[in-house]
Design a protein around this ligand. Structure first.
Ligand SMILES: [Zn+2]
Length: 504
């Protein structure tokens, strides 16, 4: 929105001017017979004027590191020019439709998308609600990822609400814009008769939660606690980079996916009625929320710009996913929603989970990150389970090791929080890009003021973890038969200070 300068004229005029600058690529999504599970898409493109045009559908969606079958759900593809004359087309790859455009100034393509997968990375439509994973619904003209896009929805009669992080266009019902396809593909859409829980602001920025089919629980309590989570999580980085955030609750199921200014979560809230379930849900929401920093903005260089045709592989999901799990637990503690003991128990459980699986003797976290694409849509199965680890498995442990090490090496003057802030400021804010493995390591070592080879061996080799040394830095000990964590009775002055500050 950097185009908005003439604020003196008031927001309406500015909006009109900005809207006029978004005319080229426009979608209309309708759902005339939702019970058939089919979305109708009309895509108007103006001013492209090429001999032939390639329209592409991504094969995956960022945040879910699997090849999806989005292009296979497309049918009834047709293309016409501005006079309404049919244009020839053919498929040139699994996700490419080539239209013989003959230099037409305007082209309209029509297609349908079958939407039967009720999942945060799928498309779904029935007579009760619709959910759109945009990477699996909206085609882009090849090479035009950086072009602004407008989307108008035609919800089923009787449906009255839409949950999405996309910007609305004032005065135009159900019409949204994205400054480019990366934003569009990162903005899922839920349509139906949705419930809005009581919204709140953090540093003046509104946070919303809209849900389909929420269970019976205390809405005010959820949102009061969620506000504490957002305050604690955003306090770590010290900057809120969006104008509005929305949690999109898609109803019963499993899984969640983070986005730039929203999260899609399988959610009913039923578990909120007892403490253990509440903590599980809060961890889950804190995880998806913290991702808007760690992975969306603090990101490995491979994770944006994305390769929508093939997928984007990185060896750093241990950082993007693993450390996000680490921060779930810390954020809940800092928000005052768990006790110190509850937090240590979460870490114990997670260490036990990692240490008691055979995969740790076969695969490093870096390799697990790279190979997560091979897992298939239902995760690791059969013998693979014994020979591999998930990029999540060692995450909380790696977070503790690195955090304790930085605190120890800097005499408790710096922490992992400082490293996350540094990465955010340096790569996202200043350089507007991700970082390489080498850059991450150099920045971590510079902050710690020491060589961190010993820590990085836990990422790149199968070396067993030295619990005594690392946990000793924070005045803690780990019983390696049960993996329970306890406080040392006489930890020494520096470890005592480190433990106190880490838990605050
Ligand atoms: Zn995650």
């Amino acid at each position: 929105m950097k185009k908005i300068v003439a604020l003196v004229f008031g927001s309406l005029l500015v909006v009109a001017v900005t809207y006029a600058q978004y005319p080229a690529l426009r979608f209309v999504v309708s759902m005339p017979e939702p019970s058939n599970n089919v979305y109708n898409i009309v895509f108007n493109c103006e001013g492209l004027k090429e001999d032939s045009l390639v329209f592409k559908m991504p094969v995956w969606t960022p945040g879910y590191y699997q090849v999806m079958n989005y292009p296979e759900q497309v049918s009834d593809f047709t293309a016409v020019n501005q006079k309404g004359e049919q244009l020839q087309w053919k498929k040139s790859s699994v996700n490419s439709w080539v239209v013989m455009a003959a230099n037409a100034t305007g082209i309209t393509i029509n297609y349908q998308v079958k939407a039967t997968r009720n999942f945060v990375a799928g498309n779904y439509l029935d007579s009760t609600r619709g959910y759109i994973s945009p990477a699996g619904l909206f085609m882009h003209p090849e090479g035009k990822i950086n072009t602004p896009v407008v989307v108008r929805l035609e919800p089923r009669a009787g449906w009255n609400s839409v949950a999405t992080g996309l910007e609305t266009i004032p005065g135009k019902a159900y019409t949204y814009r994205a400054k480019d396809y990366d934003v569009l593909y990162d903005s899922p859409i839920l349509i139906g008769n949705l419930e809005s829980f009581p919204a709140f602001k953090v540093k003046g920025v509104p946070h919303e939660f809209m849900a389909y089919k929420a269970a019976d629980f205390d809405r005010n309590q959820l949102m009061t606690d969620l506000q504490k989570i957002i305050v604690a999580a955003s306090g770590i980085i010290g900057d809120i980079p969006y104008n509005r955030y929305v949690f999109i609750g898609i109803g019963p199921g499993g899984g969640g996916i983070e986005h730039l200014n929203s999260s899609s979560v399988a959610f009913t809230g039923k578990e909120l009625n007892e403490r253990a379930g509440r903590i599980r849900i809060y961890n889950f929401l804190a995880h998806e929320y913290f991702h808007h920093y760690n992975v969306k903005r603090i990101r490995p260089i491979e994770l944006g710009p994305f390769d929508y045709d093939k997928g984007s592989r990185t060896r750093m999901l241990w950082l993007s996913e693993g450390l996000t799990v680490y921060y779930e637990y810390l954020v809940l503690r800092r928000a005052g929603l768990t006790t110190e003991d509850e937090m240590l128990q979460e870490f114990s459980k997670s260490i036990k989970n990692y240490e008691t699986k055979p995969g740790r003797q076969h695969q490093t976290p870096a390799d697990a990150s790279w190979n997560t694409w091979e897992d298939g849509p239902f995760g690791r199965t059969a013998d693979k389970l014994n020979k591999t680890i998930s990029p999540y498995d060692k995450g909380p442990l790696l977070g503790m090791l690195l955090d304790f090490r930085i605190r120890h090496d800097t005499k408790n003057k710096k922490s992992l929080d400082d490293l996350m802030r540094l990465l955010y400021q340096k790569y996202y804010k200043k350089l507007n890009r991700g970082f390489t493995e080498d850059e991450f390591r150099k920045d971590a070592e510079k902050l710690a003021g020491t060589n961190l080879q010993d820590f990085f061996d836990y990422i790149y080799t199968l070396k067993p973890v030295d619990y005594t040394t690392y946990f000793g830095y924070a005045g803690l000990s780990v019983d390696t038969s049960t993996y329970s964590i306890s406080r040392k009775t006489d930890p020494g002055q520096l470890p005592a200070a480190i433990l106190r500050d880490w838990m605050k």
